[in-house]
Design a binder for this molecule. Structure first.
Ligand code: FAD
Length: 520
């Protein structure tokens, strides 16, 4: 006999209501947040936006979004969740500019804090003088920090390639670019932080005051606290930049020259490099902001589909005295072994140079090619493994570089403060190798699947060949993998988590720690 549909429907509704209560035990709690007296506001209409990031592959909906009007708003929210204890599933993710790649700034079912709301107050203070610095909110974009400090003829010392990232977002990782070989990463160029721990305490810290928290938070993947303010080192800003690119077909000469330059006393101000595999029309592959003074020569250069290595350097200068810079550049270039016909140069303002990737962003956005999946992989490869790595990866695993840039440049470990949480290889010189792939939806799922498969092969190769690399902007799905990533520093990392965020409320998107929830 067929069952009547009415009782079935009632049963289904009853089950659904039980399930929804079961799956959302925090529903009344999120309502109570809305009634909290705060300077900013909680919203729910924008939860889907808070489940997006640059990687565009992971989308975890939070229950609510906090737009803080003050540091006190964030502290009160964290304290409230902490006081709810393990009976609540709520977690909290600070969201900077959401340029994470795998949901690191998301909080499944929890609360996302829009740190940029704090930055909106334009609450920056520049201190000129002998040791200049800027005090800025954790949600401030680096481009805005630069514009503000330039008004005083000053600029931060260490950068990322792209400036539309927040202070808190890059300091939670490391913040590296072509200046890091000399200045260290951004986490080595911070004097002081204001941090909200996972217990909701607001703590000022530096290398002399609450030093353990200070060092833990730097490179700490958001695990120990939310950075609400940072004091960042500044130096006099140059006016102009001579921007140079030269090409190599021989990997050994390329890396030897890079290493020579990063260890020299008198050298360039910025040193990077990238790999071009099986591409014709070299000019088309360059970031659109680089316009060499000799475009005809550049457009005639034919790579014949080979793998080429581009060394990229800059020298800062004062346009009133260009001769000194020209002499220094000539002297440095004379020591390098690039293909002689491939010297391409350009001159731009310091601001234009630092904000160079934004030019590409504008172009990609206009073509609908910015908000697409980005299966990126960033590795820190020790110097002793870089040749084996290059041999296997360039031309074999990767047979062309049409999916996006592949950066490759060396860094000096001595410029990294080993008290911070950042994990790097155990060798004085190591390379950043960044596979910055895009997977346009127009090429279907195939391009994403292909890029991920290639990355898997690269990681497998590193394991098999015992290349002791570390992931930068690390992404793992199990605690075992995280333990391996931290190696001998895992116990210390865990111990600090217990001290500063004992309920594992903060930055759940990394999936390093799971909030312990009491069964209801
Ligand atoms: P989000 O993605 O919003 O957050 C990242 C992590 O930090 C999350 O876990 C989040 O919870 C946490 N977090 C955010 N704000 C805070 C805070 N105030 N306090 C504590 N934790 C916080 N990196 C480099 O080093 N060098 C580069 O040259 C570089 N170039 C890039 C170019 C592009 C186009 C992109 C997309 C990324 C690039 N990155 C680079 C990586 C970038 O530094 C990281 O993805 C960084 O986390 C992004 O900053 P965000 O403000 O968007 O942070």
């Amino acid at each position: 006999m067929k069952a009547s549909p009415i009782p079935q429907l009632l049963m289904a509704l009853l089950l659904a209501s039980i399930n929804s209560r079961k799956s959302d035990p925090d529903a009344p709690i999120t309502a109570s947040f809305r009634s909290m007296a705060i300077d900013g506001q909680f919203t729910t209409h924008d939860v889907s936006n808070a489940a997006m990031d640059f990687g565009n592959r992971y989308h975890f909906l939070p229950s609510a979004v906090l737009h803080p009007g003050s540091v006190a708003d964030i502290a009160a929210t964290v304290r409230h969740v902490f006081q709810l204890g393990p009976s609540s599933r709520l977690t909290i993710a600070a969201r900077g500019h959401a340029h994470s790649l795998q949901g690191q700034a998301q909080a499944p079912g929890g609360i996302v804090v829009r740190m940029e709301s704090l930055g909106r107050a334009k609450n920056m203070h520049v201190h000129a003088g002998e040791s200049p610095y800027v005090e800025a909110p954790g949600g401030e974009l680096w481009i805005d920090v630069l514009k503000e400090t330039l008004r005083h003829g000053l600029a931060p010392t260490s950068w990322t390639d792209y400036l539309h990232l927040t202070i808190g977002g890059t300091l939670s990782n490391a913040g590296i670019s072509g200046q890091a070989f000399r200045q260290g990463p951004q986490i080595s160029n911070v004097h002081q932080l204001e941090v909200i721990t996972g217990k909701g305490e607001v703590i000022n810290c530096s290398s002399t005051k609450n030093a353990e928290l200070f060092h833990s938070v730097l490179g700490g993947l958001g695990q120990f606290g939310i950075i609400t303010r940072a004091r960042i080192a500044l130096e006099p800003a140059p006016k102009m930049v001579r921007w140079i690119r030269v090409l190599y077909s021989d990997f050994t000469s390329f890396t030897e020259d890079q290493e020579k330059l990063i260890s020299a006393e008198k050298t360039f101000d910025y040193i990077e490099g990238f790999v071009i595999i099986n591409r014709t029309g070299i000019l088309n592959n360059w970031r659109s902001s680089f316009n060499p003074q000799d475009p005809v020569q550049a457009s005639h250069f034919n790579s014949e589909g080979k793998t080429l290595f581009c060394l990229e350097m800059t020298k800062n200068f004062d346009p009133e005295y260009p001769e000194i810079m020209m002499q220094e550049v000539e002297e440095l270039l004379s020591q390098l072994r690039y293909i002689p016909s491939t010297l391409f140069q350009s001159e731009v303002s310091f601001l234009e140079f630092l904000d160079r990737v934004h030019v590409s962003e504008v172009m990609l956005r206009s073509k609908g090619l910015w908000e697409i999946p980005h299966p990126w992989l960033n590795l820190l490869v020790p110097r002793t493994g870089i040749h084996a790595f290059a041999n296997e990866v360039f031309g074999k695993i990767l047979t062309d570089s049409s999916n996006g840039p592949i950066l490759l440049y060396p860094l000096n470990k001595s410029k990294w403060d080993n008290r911070t949480s950042a994990i790097i290889p155990n060798e004085e010189v190591f390379y950043l190798v960044a596979f910055l792939s895009s997977a346009p939806c127009s090429s279907g799922q195939d391009s994403l699947a292909k890029a991920l498969k290639q990355q898997e092969r690269i990681l497998e190769f590193c394991k098999k060949a015992n290349i002791q690399m570390k992931q930068y902007l690390p992404h793992y799905t199990t605690q075992e993998e995280w333990k391996f990533h931290f190696g001998p520093r895992w116990e210390e990392f865990k111990h600090k988590k217990q001290a500063y965020d004992p309920l594992a409320i903060l930055a759940p998107g990394h999936r390093i720690f799971q909030k312990a929830v009491a069964s209801l």
